[in-house]
Design a protein around this ligand. Structure first.
Ligand SMILES: Cc1cc2nc3c(=O)[nH]c(=O)nc-3n(C[C@H](O)[C@H](O)[C@H](O)COP(=O)(O)O)c2cc1C
Ligand SMILES: [Fe+2]
Ligand SMILES: [Fe+2]
Length: 408
């Protein structure tokens, strides 16, 4: 069945689950898929909120036809023009030539950038707080620049208290039947929600927190984002998640150890750190080989935990090529509120540890603990002692208590 799912009597989810695409924005893996949530409002005026990715439409147009039931399509609200939502717009316009596209001034510029032949007379510009009257439903608009693009906005249905939040409060992972937070195992979405946030929106934490402030005065019964689960029972939960992530507040005590190693020497150092941390009482420890695990998963766990060890062998006077993009992204996104331990390996003039140190120096909200440990080839007994001390200092920070050195 391709029937759409009801949110209220007159509002339906008509989105699409994409289980086929390998990656999002053509670089972030989608092992659990993603949904493009689109909504249909059945009123005196018919209205769609956001479209879906081009090429993944599936039954999308059938669902629209079914909901319209012979009536014309009056409006499509474009909260955000990124192709995962705006992709199907051209086809929508072709199939429904009478439709009016709703967006803000910047949306129009974006639409024209994607479609230079766009007929502007089809476009109706709205300003923040303006009301679009569908009959029973009164929609209004809250701009949320940079969550995720400059033109991004949320649409609020004043009548049924639904916040169509677009990329804000979104998640990777397709909807496997259940739509709402109370119909699914939320825990199964948490990691994919954080991976979505930290990799897609993570640079715009300040803007996310501002959006949360902006909507705090609204009576919200439903949060309907453009990806992932819809919220109606534990709305505070999703707001808390995004509020914390936006401020770089970690979810749990724990440490990520990520390393890049060609011959296994830096890897040995990472293993030692893991064992030492556990000995000192840290429970959540995640060790990642940056050559093996896609960086989006590593970055997600860096958002989750407060402790971070980065290790790199040296490569042409610089960082190892699989560590470099992770560091670049952390710096670009302005990672804060983290403790960082540095380790690495070299044979001659180095470059790995230096590269991590440069990142630390350039990142204001990151506190480097202890002294970087740089081994030359196979780590020595002395190197292992230095790593043990780094682990002890990290454990003190993470567990927030004084920890004595182990006798050995
Ligand atoms: C392509 C290549 C470039 C390297 N560049 C450097 C370098 O610029 N400086 C340095 O000290 N060592 C350099 N090395 C040596 C490695 O960093 C060194 O062997 C290190 O111990 C490897 O650590 P691993 O066992 O964790 O891979 C290079 C090695 C390779 C293969
Ligand atoms: Fe987006
Ligand atoms: Fe999106």
């Amino acid at each position: 069945m391709y029937f759409s799912a009801k949110i209220t009597e007159t509002v339906s989810w008509i989105g699409i689950n994409d289980r086929k695409s390998d990656s999002f924005e053509n670089y972030i893996p989608l092992p659990k898929g993603v949904s493009y949530n689109s909504y249909f409002i059945n009123d005196e005026k018919t209205c769609i909120i956001d479209a879906v990715e081009f090429g993944s439409e599936g039954n999308y147009f059938k669902k629209i036809r079914q909901n319209l039931n012979g009536r014309p399509l009056d409006y499509v609200v474009i909260n955000h023009m990124e192709p995962d939502h705006g992709g199907a717009l051209s086809d929508l316009i072709t199939i429904y030539p009478e439709v009016t596209i709703i967006g803000n001034k910047k949306t129009l510029t974006m639409i024209k950038a994607f479609n230079h032949n766009f007929d502007e007379s089809r476009f109706q510009e709205v300003v923040e707080g303006e009301i679009l009257d569908l009959g029973y439903h009164k929609l209004t608009f809250a701009f949320m620049a940079m969550v995720h693009w400059p033109e991004s906005m949320a649409t609020y249905d004043i009548t049924e208290k639904i916040l169509f939040s677009n990329d804000a409060f979104g998640s990777f992972k397709s909807l496997d039947g259940g739509l709402f937070d109370d119909e699914v195992d939320i825990a199964s979405f948490e990691n994919e929600m954080r991976r979505y946030y930290s990799n897609i929106v993570g640079k715009y934490g300040v803007q996310v927190v501002n959006v949360i402030k902006k909507i705090s005065t609204l009576d919200i019964q439903f949060i309907c984002p453009s990806h992932g689960i819809l919220w109606r029972t534990d709305i505070k939960k999703v707001i808390n998640f995004f509020n914390n992530w936006g401020q770089f507040i970690p979810d749990e005590p724990g440490v990520v150890i990520v390393y890049g190693s060609m011959y296994g020497n830096t890897a040995k150092m990472a293993e030692a750190l893991g064992t030492d941390l556990a000995t000192y009482g840290v429970k959540n420890i995640k060790i990642f080989d940056a050559s093996k695990t896609d960086s989006s998963f590593i970055i997600s766990d860096i958002w989750k935990y407060q402790g971070l060890f980065i290790g790199s062998c040296s490569h042409n006077n610089a960082l190892y090529p699989k560590i470099e993009p992770i560091i670049f992204k952390l710096q670009n996104y302005g990672l804060k509120n983290r403790y960082l331990g540095i380790f690495g390996n070299k044979l001659w003039s180095g470059g790995g540890v230096r590269g991590i140190q440069n990142f630390a120096d350039a990142s204001k909200g990151i506190e480097v603990i202890g002294t970087p440990v740089e081994a030359i080839g196979d780590p020595t007994f002395e190197n292992y002692k230095e790593l043990e001390e780094l682990a002890r200092l990290m454990a003190e920070k993470i567990l927030n208590k004084k920890i004595e050195k182990l006798e050995s």
